[in-house]
Structures are given as C-alpha cells and as structure tokens.
Ligand binder design. Structure first.
Ligand code: GLA
Length: 803
C-alpha cells in the first residue's frame, strides 16, 4: 500500500487540509512505531513516572528544516496499531524540535508523564522539554498504568489563526509563552523582563511529592513548585517559590500559589460572603466562558471572602481548595480554549508590596486542594483528614477538648476578682473544664475605647493581679485561659503614648480607627520583641494554658510601603516563637468572631472562634459551612444567652446547647443568672457532650438535608455514628420524610435516641428509641430512618451502632 491509496484524513480537529500524493522521499519519512506497552521507568510511593513509548498512534512529519528554528512540514500521516487511520497535508509549520521529540530513534512516539494517585483521585502532568510540565489530568482515580495516549501536542491539532505551537495549560502558565489566560506570574524588572517564559525545566520525584524546578534564563528568575498528593486524604498540598536570579530588583504583582485544571464539565463554584456576626454565607456562581474572580483585601482572612472554593461538576464531583493564609487573597477561575478552567489561588499583593532584590525569594502560602467523587461531603472529609494531620497539639496529639466557659457575653468589661472567682465556682460545679477570662482584665480597659497594648492586669479590678484568680481556677481543677489582642493598640493607651511610631498608618493620612483601635506595625523595630516580652511574662508568671488571640479590625493601607504579607508573617513568627517556648499552651484564633479562620493560622493554633453570633438558628447554617473545611474539634461553639445578644432572638437552652454540642463546646453566659431548671439542664448537656465528644471529634462528618426544612449531620464512622437532626422552621408536612443514611453498612444497627426533646406526636417505634431499637443498616441506607416529629427550633440526637 502506498500513501496515495489511503482514504482522506480523519484526524479530528484542524491542521490537515486534504489528501495529496506524497513525493518520492515519502518512504524515508514515514516510519511505523514498533514498541508496544508502557514502561514504568520508576516508581516511588504513589508517584509514578512513565516514560511512555506509544505503540498506537504514530505521527510522522515530513519536514524541511530550512527556515531557522521552524520547519515546514508538508505531509502528516497517522497510524494506529491496526494500520493507517488518516493522512493529509498540513499547512501548518512545526518546529524542528517538535518533530525530533515526536519520533524517537526507532520511530516510536515518546512522551513522559508523572502520575500521582490518592485513594480516589489521581493527577497526571506531562513533561515538556524546556517548558513547564503540562496539566493532563486531575480527577477520579485512574487505574494503575493509565496514562494519556500521547503527548498533548501530538493529540490535538492546531486551530486556525493560532500560534504555530500548541500552548496548553501548564503548572506555571506564563504571559511570555503565548499564554493568553491568567498568568501564574505578573512581575517586571524596571519595566523590563515582564513577559516571562520558561527556558529550563526539571522534575524531581520523591515519595508522594513532585518538585518542579523552572527557570527563565532570559528574565533571570527561577521557580520551584511542589505538588504533594497525600494518598490517604486525597489532599494535594501545593505551593510556589519565585527567586530573582538576575542582577536587578524584580517587582512582583502576582504569584499564583497554584494553577490547577478544572474539567470542562465544571458547572459552578461555591464560595462565601459574610460579615461580623454572619460568617460563612454560602454563595454559588455558575461558571461561564469568562473570568470569575474573588478577592480579599482586608489584610486578614476576612469575614467576607475566606479563600475557599468548591467547584462542582455536572455529575456531582467536587474539586475543593483552600489557601492556608491569614491575609489578602485571590481566587479565580477562567475558561480556557480547550473547555477546561484554570483555577488559581494566591495572595492579593498591593502595588509595590513585593520587590525581590537579587537572590531573594518569595514563597506563596500553601494551597490545600482535593478532588472527591463523593461530592461536597467527600471533599469535606478529605479536608478534615488532612487538617488533622497538620495540627500541632501540645503533647503531640489532641486530648478531649475541654469544655470552656468564656466570660465575654456574660460579663463584658465588668469583672473583678471576687465576681470571677464566684463564676469559677459555678463553672466547676456544672462540669466546666477550662475558664477563659476574656477582654476587660488589663489596665484601663473599662470599655473598648482604651488600653489595648497595655497588657498588665487592671489594679482596680484585680488589685493583686490575676494570680489569685488563676490559682482559684486551677485549684478547682480547671484550666486557666486568657484573652489577648496582641496585634492591636488603642490610641488611648500607655503603649501608644510611648511608641506612636509603632502604629500602622498611612504617611500623611488620617488615622482610620476600627473599634477605636489601630494596628501595630509588627515589622517596626522592637514591636514583636515587645509583644513576645509581655506575652511570655504573662505565660511565665501565671498558670495559663490557653490564649484566646483576637484581632478585632481590618488592616487599612499603611506605611510608605504595603506591609500586608509581612504583617501576617510576623504574626505567624510571634506565634511560632511562643509555641516553641510554651509548648503546652493552646491558642484560639479569633478575629471579631470568624475573621481569621484558615489553615495557615491553624498551624499555630488549636481552635477558632467561629462567630460572635451565638444565635442558635444562625449558628446551624454557619457551623455547617465552617465544617466544610475544618473539623468539628476546632470549631468554637458556645451556649449563649437568651435572647442572643447579636440578634435578640430567643431560643431554648436545649436548642442552644444542642446546636453547640458538636464543636469545641463551651458556655458563654452567666450561669448564676439561670434558674434552677436551666442550670440543671446545662450541667446535663455538659455531661452529654463529654460522653459524646470522642465520637463527635473523630472519624468523619456528613451533612445532609432531611427534607421538610430540616437538616442533619452525622459524626463518626459507618459503624458508630452520632446523628444530629435540626429543625428551624415548623414542619409543613403531615409526616416527616425518612432520613437516608448512605454511609451505613448493611447489617443490623442499634439506634438510640439521646435527646430529651418533648413531642406530642408519638408512635411506638419513636417511644422505643430512647431505649434503643434495632434496624437494618441496609434499610436505613436505602429507605431511611423514621424521624420523630419535632417542633421548630428543636433537635433530635441519635447514636447508631452496629450490633
Ligand atoms: C471579639 C471576640 C469576642 C470577644 C471580644 C472582646 O469581638 O470575637 O469573642 O473576645 O472581641 O473584645
């Protein structure tokens, strides 16, 4: 058979015009691939490197390398294992090295892939000569050995009116490479070197980690990217380092922590909006053929735009990502020409904020990203598992979360030794394990107008300092915790009078206070040493085992040069120093409630204050969204007053307690003001929490809609679960829908109702539940559990254990 006998080209896409005869040299130019099977050249942990010799499709190019680095290729013919599948004449021009890479010495087609597998996900990148590796895949787990059919450039024809070289999504797409979507880097060196392109690329594989080292010898920079897919959790941890290898300073405007691919069937992104006392308001955006972008410029993680997104595909798969960073951030998703989306996260950098001098490096925060075929519950469980592995607990492991009392909403600024000792007595009597003295304890702090920065006990409230109270608390068997807000300063404070130069403010600009306070410039000489000094004095002189570390305002542009990221780094540094010197002290991250909830600060802390709203109705929704990234044991959840101070809504003690139950449980009211019945119930709830907390704070969490306006969540494992059912609105149905529990096993379960919610509608099965009823798991899984008819603003709690 000669080429002239062949049928017209059927190669998908463009680039092949028609069929013509081949010249006499054709037989020299057409070679057939002869190698079959894939060869795994190396294998380390879950990372597989394939040097793949493609047997199926062989593209041979007849090129005349006459025009510099480019060759004109007149003929293009493709074979597969069964013979020729098409032929044609290409009007396109191909670089000679393309042809050289395409066909090996034996005529075989070559490409190199790096594959990483998790439990349920895999990723594949393709080595590209002297260029950043290409994203070939991130999605459901591939079978061992599954790799792309060929190099990307060999599988997709060039479109019309396009560059003569295929430019595909790489792990570090750059503006200077003919990449027209978002660049991973925006930088320049005095207006020059702004259009960077990779000229050198090296991939180093270690167990579970791919390290990619890129260089642009023209713009004189190097980039190090790390991709680590944890095979246990399916969480990909990735970050990027940029080094200025040139002689002049380089201004950096944007450096993506990661540039990830989302598949073409991605439909929408779930993200958050919010405000003080209304954190984690769920938002959803349908993706279109455009750029979707979310920015946070408030200087800390923010109530408004925490750096988290969940991308959902048409078939319910979820890609989720969270930037482990407590400062400004950007998240964006842009449609690409091949139908995929580029999903990038990174820091939002202010003009001039980052300038790298020769030899200097900037490292992005880590991005935690995961794919789950199990939808949002699956992604949440992956995050929980990964975040638990990253936690750094005193003693090396989490101990049961102590039930806390916090003085804030019960007392605000009105406290003194006698009152707090009395509170401690009450707290200990109802089973509380940690006493946290909130704002109001330090010199001159009678309201929120003064004294931040003056971290010595107020002598009018505590004439002998905090020692007597702390001793009283610990003498009762409780831990003693203290509120601080180290990064802040009131203009009306001794510290501000002594060091006006420590205050972060724009030069020549008016001071913009927030809650009457300013931010300390942590990078001004002496500031972090001062803070370390006052905090370590407190930790040394008092039996403090817990700091509630607050940050009650946003950061307004300040200083001659933007300091946002340096401020975050300085806070991390201060926390790290304190943790190193006081390893047994736990820290709670708070920022007017949930303004600094992220996996960056969680490297140094052990709990988040979720929100300053303790309204239980509002809390149900907020806490469910909190849980989508963070595990319940780090979710501060307190029983507040009725009415709630934030909303003035009134809810029963049982409902408030039941809503707080699943998190790191606490009490934030004055129990001395409760009537005997409520005080008794409060003690019972504390007992219930202690009995359940091991199960609530281990295993997995599932969130579900129960129908008829009710929601449920389950904590634990398939064989032993706590199920919480919350109803906010009155039922609109005569019968409550059954609650399907798809995570259960098929065998028999004992279902025991734990709560004491009263109901007027009773059936024998419901009546029997508190003593335990036996039900088939297969039935509960497919049909569902019969729920009691509960009223608005009540809940029901069950334990399900296999027999
Ligand atoms: C913030 C916190 C509260 C409380 C106050 C004290 O608002 O979120 O829990 O600590 O500060 O001023």
């Amino acid at each position: 058979m000669t080429a002239q006998d062949l049928p017209p080209a059927q190669i998908a896409g463009g680039g092949i015009d028609d069929v013509t005869g081949l010249g006499g040299e054709r037989d020299d130019l057409i070679k057939r691939g002869t190698v079959d099977g894939a060869t795994a050249a190396s294998r380390a942990g879950s990372v597989m490197v394939f040097f793949f010799l493609i047997p199926t499709t062989v593209l041979n190019l007849a090129c005349s390398p006459t025009s510099g680095p480019w060759a004109h290729c007149g003929k293009l013919i493709a074979f597969d294992a069964n013979g020729l599948i098409g032929r044609g004449r290409s009007g396109n021009r191909y670089p000679t090295r393309y042809a050289g890479r395409l066909v090996g010495a034996a005529g075989e087609l070559m490409a190199q892939f790096y594959v990483m597998h998790g439990r349920a996900s895999s990723l594949v990148i393709e080595q590209a000569d002297g260029a950043a590796p290409l994203w070939r895949y991130w999605g459901p787990r591939l079978a061992e050995g599954a790799v792309p059919e060929a190099a990307l450039a060999d599988t997709r024809p060039l479109p019309t009116f396009a560059l003569d070289k295929d430019v595909a999504l790489s792990v570090f797409p750059l503006i200077g490479e003919g990449w027209f979507a978002q660049s991973a880097l925006l930088a320049h060196r005095a207006q020059a070197d702004w259009a960077q392109a990779v000229t050198q690329s090296e991939v180093v594989v270690t167990a579970q980690t791919i390290r990619i080292r890129l260089a642009d010898e023209v713009s004189e920079l190097s980039v190090d990217i790390q991709l680590a897919l944890d095979p246990e959790t399916d969480v990909l941890t990735t970050s990027t380092k940029l080094t200025n290898t040139g002689a002049g300073a380089m201004d950096v405007q944007w450096l993506a922590a990661a540039s990830l691919p989302l598949p073409p069937d991605t439909r929408r992104i779930h993200f958050y909006n919010g405000r003080h006392q209304a954190e984690f308001g769920p938002q959803v955006q349908e993706l279109t053929r455009s750029l979707w972008r979310r920015e946070n410029r408030r200087g800390l993680t923010s109530h408004d735009a925490p750096p988290t997104g969940f991308a959902e595909t048409a078939d319910g798969h979820v890609y989720a990502a969270h930037l482990a960073w407590s400062g400004n951030s950007v998240q964006q998703a842009e449609w690409l020409d091949d139908g995929r989306y580029l999903w990038q996260f990174g820091e939002w950098l202010a003009p001039g904020e980052v300038q790298l001098r020769p030899g200097e490096t900037i490292e992005t925060p880590e991005l935690l990203a995961t794919f789950s075929p199990g939808g949002r519950n699956g992604a949440m469980q992956n995050f929980h598992a990964a975040i638990r592995k990253r936690m750094s607990w005193p003693g090396g492991g989490m101990r049961p979360r102590p039930v806390q009392i916090n003085t804030w909403e019960g007392f605000y600024f009105n406290h003194d030794t006698a009152g707090m000792k009395a509170l401690a007595d009450e707290a200990a009597a109802i089973g509380i394990e940690r006493f946290v003295l909130d704002d109001g304890w330090f010199e001159g702090r009678k309201d929120d107008k003064a004294a931040l920065g003056d971290w010595t006990p107020d002598r009018t409230k505590y004439p002998d300092g905090l020692g007597p109270l702390a001793a009283h608390v610990t003498g009762l068997g409780m831990e003693f915790g203290l509120w601080v807000e180290p990064e802040m300063i009131n203009p009306d404070s001794s510290l501000a009078r002594a060091h006006p130069d420590w205050i972060l403010t724009g030069e020549g600009r008016p001071r913009l206070t927030g809650r009457n306070q300013m931010v300390l410039n942590l990078n001004a000489p002496g500031v972090t040493d001062y803070l370390y000094g006052v905090l370590s004095d407190l930790l040394r002189s008092l039996p403090i085992s817990y700091l509630k570390w607050d940050h009650n305002r946003e950061i307004v542009a300040g200083g001659p040069r933007a300091v946002y990221r340096r401020q975050v780094k300085a806070t991390y540094g201060l926390m790290a120093r304190l943790r190193a010197d006081f390893p047994n002290v736990e820290i709670e991250a708070c920022a007017a409630g949930g303004g600094r909830i992220d996996a960056g600060i969680l490297q140094y802390t052990h709990r988040f204050w979720t929100s300053d709203s303790l309204d239980a109705v509002q809390r149900i929704a907020m806490q469910r969204e909190f849980l989508r990234v963070f595990p319940p044991e780090v979710m501060g959840s307190h029983i507040g007053t009725a009415p709630a101070h934030s909303t003035r809504r009134r809810q029963s003690l049982d409902f408030r307690a039941g809503v707080a139950l699943a998190g790191h449980f606490g009490v934030e009211l004055d129990p001395m003001k409760l009537d005997a019945k409520d005080k008794g119930r409060l003690a019972e709830w504390i007992g219930t929490h202690k009995a359940l907390r091991d199960r609530l704070h281990s295993g997995r969490v599932w969130l579900g809609e129960a129908g008829d306006g009710a929601v449920w969540q389950a904590h634990g494992e398939a064989r032993d679960l706590i199920l919480l059912l919350y109803r906010v609105e009155p039922t609109a149905q005569r019968h409550m829908p059954l609650v399907r529990l798809p995570m259960l096993e098929d065998g028999a379960y004992t279902v025991t109702r734990i709560d004491q919610t009263r109901t007027n509608h009773i059936a024998p099965f419901i009546e029997a539940m508190p003593a335990g009823v036996e039900v088939s798991g297969a039935w509960l899984k497919q049909s569902g559990l019969t729920m009691p008819t509960i009223a608005a603003e009540t809940l029901a709690i069950f334990r399900l254990v296999t027999k």
